[in-house]
Design a protein around this ligand. Structure first.
Ligand code: OGA
Ligand code: MN
Length: 281
């Protein structure tokens, strides 16, 4: 197994490894270290059933379902389907427009996931890239006054589903009352310390961070916008261009990500598993 960096920002390709195999503890330790070092791991040419995808993912921790239960794979409720395919009745089989904005997965829950593993079964020839923004770099390169200002701040995160549903050209269906009741959101530190690397990273995102806590609303919005601008500077971005059968594993504790558009005529069909994390501190 070889680890080859994909950019000088983040991302590495793991060469010569079959994620469908049983992994021994020594290999797991090596992969865990690679994820800590590179934040995004790319495994090319994988051939994974949903159960194999799950078996690989679960080595990192328990898996999470998703609030949008209608997009979990029937019979495999640990697999979220991201897809523009439709079933015979014309109903989308997955989320068509997942993550078309900068976000960190599920940051609106008290215990957000440590990582997500997205498996591209069918990918467009052009477009549909996923961008990753390194939030260690974003934090480390903050001007000193801004770094001081945000050091002890906390922010409120919420799943803005209604906004997404209304703004998107999408087929997203309204939430049930039960799902709506789960949209309470959560509060997290603006700067978190990664539990494995010990490094500090910015932990706010345009997708789900709605306000700073105990900061005047206008000032808070200005400050957040400044942070978002800084955190998505091209200098901190790795852009992943998908090949069919890539499995991409990213660390939600130190990255934001953003899906990019692709031609309507193309098919993009993916499976995602999501590994539980810890309370951000
Ligand atoms: C996700 C996501 C991005 C993409 O699955 O969490 O944001 O490029 N997907 O599909
Ligand atoms: Mn996402």
């Amino acid at each position: 197994m070889d680890i080859k960096p994909l950019s000088n920002v983040c991302g590495a390709e793991v060469i010569g490894f079959d994620c469908g195999c049983t992994i021994d503890d020594a290999t797991l330790t090596q992969l865990q270290q690679a994820l800590v070092d590179h934040c995004v791991l790319v495994f090319r040419d994988q051939s994974l059933t949903p159960d194999q995808h799950k078996a690989f993912s679960v080595r990192w921790g328990p898996l999470k379902g998703h609030l949008l239960r209608q997009y979990l794979m029937p019979g495999h409720d640990h697999v979220l389907v991201i897809s523009n395919k439709k079933d015979e009745s014309g109903k989308p089989v997955g989320i068509e427009d997942a993550g078309r904005y900068w976000h960190t997965d599920v940051s609106y829950e008290d215990v957000p996931p440590m990582g997500s593993l997205l498996y591209g079964l069918e990918v467009p020839e052009t477009g549909g890239d996923t961008m990753f923004a390194n939030q260690y770099r974003a934090y480390e390169s903050l001007p000193p006054d801004l770094k001081d200002r945000v050091a002890t701040l906390r922010a409120r995160h919420r799943f803005n589903y209604v906004q997404i549903q209304e703004s998107a050209t999408s087929s997203r269906v309204p939430l049930t009352d039960e799902q709506k009741a789960e949209l309470v959101g959560s509060v997290h530190p603006v700067v978190r310390t990664h539990p494995e690397s010990g490094r500090k990273a910015l932990y706010v995102n345009p997708g789900f961070t709605e306000a700073l806590v105990d900061v005047d609303e206008t000032e808070g919005q200005i400050l957040l916008d400044k942070l978002f601008d800084h955190a998505t500077d091209p200098a901190v971005i790795y852009r992943h261009s998908w090949q069919p059968h890539d499995l991409v594993f990213w660390d939600n504790r130190c990255l934001m990500h953003h899906a990019t558009p692709y031609p309507e005529t193309a098919v993009r069909h993916m499976h995602r598993t999501t590994v539980e994390g810890t309370i951000p501190v």
